[in-house]
Design a binder for this molecule. Structure first.
Ligand code: SAM
Length: 397
């Protein structure tokens, strides 16, 4: 190609490099196909701390200027070139030869094949066909592109969870970058799918912090994020009881954190001043072990009924505590009990208005049920937290 063509390519290409830097978290790679007759010579550009050019079996570390110097020399040697810039959710293609230099945008998200309309009959919010690379990496999809049988329920739960996040996002309002904290993240299925939803479907900038005290699941989550090139996700091996993030989360999410781990997740949301907390609790043992209520003795003598009542009491007590801490709470059955009996979702959005009524209700519940709820216990013992009325926290909402 001649110098005039190459200077046109340079104009487009420097725009791409600017975008690569700006969208560091989203950027995947730039590939170049140098063409001479019918032969194609590929090159690949990736970015970590420096820019790496992988060309003719040699990997070279360079910067933007150095990269262009090498490429400009190469363009001179070939008749045509195709440059493909890929970031999550977007693809830009430049076709260049001495007759024309064209740039066009393509949607990097493939069209969903018909087969992706779901095993449950419900249309997924994060359609597995669109998120194929992600769902294969995290072990939800089998090689044939179908959801693995033993993962269908899990995926359904996650997808419903993700769907309901739409309302929460609206309530907390537009943010430059959403910081989402997944408390008791396990293998972080929820975070990975939510990240895809925010970045690739809603096109929002976001950052994820997954916390779990199990090294195995944290190592697995880190590995999957690395394989997927998700630089905006970090995973931390810590105990929720004591760990405090160094950033104010926009949303603390928690899916099936066992027993009091849910209380710790809610507590973490409160003490880190999260703008919203969305939690689907798991088993409820703490209140079950403690509570008694004489008028209900004829019911509670049946163990199963005492346990079911304890589930409801536990979440009701959690809600009163959250309200007393300035959160507006809603409680929904977020998925059919056929998918999971652990199907109550607690959604709490920070309003800054601490409710005196909720504090009174909460204290009354404690008294009549003879309980010391875990949520308050942990906050008091580990973090010196008290419910104080009339004193507003400056949460900068
Ligand atoms: C049932 S798993 C759920 C994992 C994940 N949220 C999901 O839905 O797949 C519960 C997770 O809570 C974690 N966990 C329990 N107590 C914890 C604590 N105090 N601190 C951090 N992680 C905890 C466990 O290690 C486990 O990974």
């Amino acid at each position: 190609m001649n110098k005039k063509t190459i200077s046109k390519i340079n104009l487009f290409f420097s725009g791409l490099l600017g975008r690569m830097e700006e969208n560091r978290d989203f950027f995947k790679d730039i590939t170049i196909q140098f063409k001479s007759g019918t032969k194609i010579f590929p090159a690949k550009i990736t970015q970590n701390d420096t820019i790496t050019l992988d060309y003719q079996a040699v990997k070279r570390e360079t910067d933007k200027n150095g990269l262009w110097d090498i490429l400009a020399e190469e363009f001179l040697k070939y008749d045509e070139a195709k440059i493909i810039y890929t970031e999550r959710g977007a693809k830009i293609v430049i076709d260049a030869n001495d007759k024309k230099v064209n740039m066009r945008h393509e949607d990097a998200v493939e069209a969903a094949p018909q087969t992706s309309v779901v095993q449950t009959g419900r249309e997924y919010v994060v359609n597995p066909a669109l998120a194929k690379e992600l769902l294969t990496e995290i072990g939800i999809l089998a090689k044939n592109g179908k959801i693995k049988n033993d993962k269908i329920r899990k995926y359904n739960q996650i997808d419903y969870f993700v769907e309901l996040m739409g309302g929460v996002l609206k309530e907390i309002g537009e943010r430059d970058e959403y910081v989402i904290l997944d408390a008791a993240c396990g293998k972080s299925y929820l975070s990975f799918v939510l990240n895809f939803y925010l970045r690739e479907i809603l096109k929002k900038k976001c950052r994820f912090i997954g916390v779990d005290y199990s090294k195995t699941v944290i190592d697995a989550s880190k590995r999957m994020a690395k394989n997927l090139g998700y630089n905006n996700m970090e995973f931390i091996q810590e105990d929720l009881t004591t760990w405090t993030p160094n950033v104010r989360p926009d949303i603390v999410v928690s899916l099936h954190a066992c027993d009091t781990a849910t209380d710790m997740a809610l507590g973490l949301g409160i003490r880190s001043q999260s703008r919203a907390i969305v939690s689907v609790p798991c088993c409820h043992k703490d209140i079950l072990k403690q509570y008694s209520y004489e008028p209900f003795e004829p019911i509670m003598k049946y163990g199963i009924l005492k346990a079911r009542l304890a589930d409801t009491l536990t979440d009701g007590i959690r809600a009163a505590y959250l309200e007393s801490m300035g959160y507006k709470v809603s409680m929904i059955e977020y998925i059919s009990p056929l998918e999971t009996p652990k199907n109550i979702m607690i959604r709490a959005v920070y309003t800054g208005k601490k409710s005196a009524k909720a504090k009174e209700d909460y204290e009354n519940l404690k008294k009549i049920l003879h309980v010391e709820p875990a949520i308050e216990r942990f906050l008091k013992e580990k973090h010196g937290f008290k419910i104080t009325m009339g004193e507003e926290h400056d949460y900068g909402c």
